[in-house]
Write a protein that binds this ligand. Sequence first.
Ligand code: PRP
Ligand code: URA
Length: 210
Amino acid sequence: MYTKNITIVKHPLIDHSLTILRDKKTKTEEFRRHANIVSKILLVEAAKHLPLKNKKIETPLASMTGRILTDEIVVVPVLRAGLAMLFSLQDFLPSVSVGFIGLERDEKTAVAREYYQKLPDIFATHHVFVLDPMLATGGSFDDTITALRAKGGKRISIVCIVSAPAGIERIQKNHPDVEIFTAAVDTSLNSKKYIVPGLGDFGDRYFGTQ
Ligand code: PRP
Ligand code: URA
């Protein structure tokens, strides 16, 4: 069913950490640790096709040409929960440009409201990664991608830990060229638009604000 522009990242370490994240008994410290593990594995997969350029270097023994990442990468965590994934990414890509979009779902309507936006210049050649652990209705990612397109972004990937079928369908319909990387596709959304079985409110559990 989900074959178009979606990678469901499979790894025993993801299965293990996801089970701990989903367990309602898991406390903040463990939740952060396992969110970090899943985020890192997802980000390694999402970065698989990033462009490289040559760099001449001297090893202690000889000259050689190595390969390094270009500087055409932009990362956009969706505040607040996307920050969790940004922390995990900084070991791999310590010097990328980072833009921020703050979105919060209304508790009654589940429609996201933007409260903050600070994006760097984005060009068509940039690879833009949008980070948010939860793809539920898809409203938050949809609005973020629309904002990034308005700034000139063309090559956009989204990285999320848990996704729901409704959110995937919305992104695939409205942004068919956007690549989705996710660790799990769950069954459905409940009446409050939470992912089921899901893991609850990611932001509250990660930041200890339950
Ligand atoms: C959560 C989550 C996503 C959004 C997903 O954020 O982090 O941003 O909901 O839902 P959607 O796909 O239906 O838009 P929330 O509004 O709870 O804010 P927070 O990150 O500040 O906790
Ligand atoms: N946001 C969350 O944190 N969890 C959900 O299940 C849906 C939206």
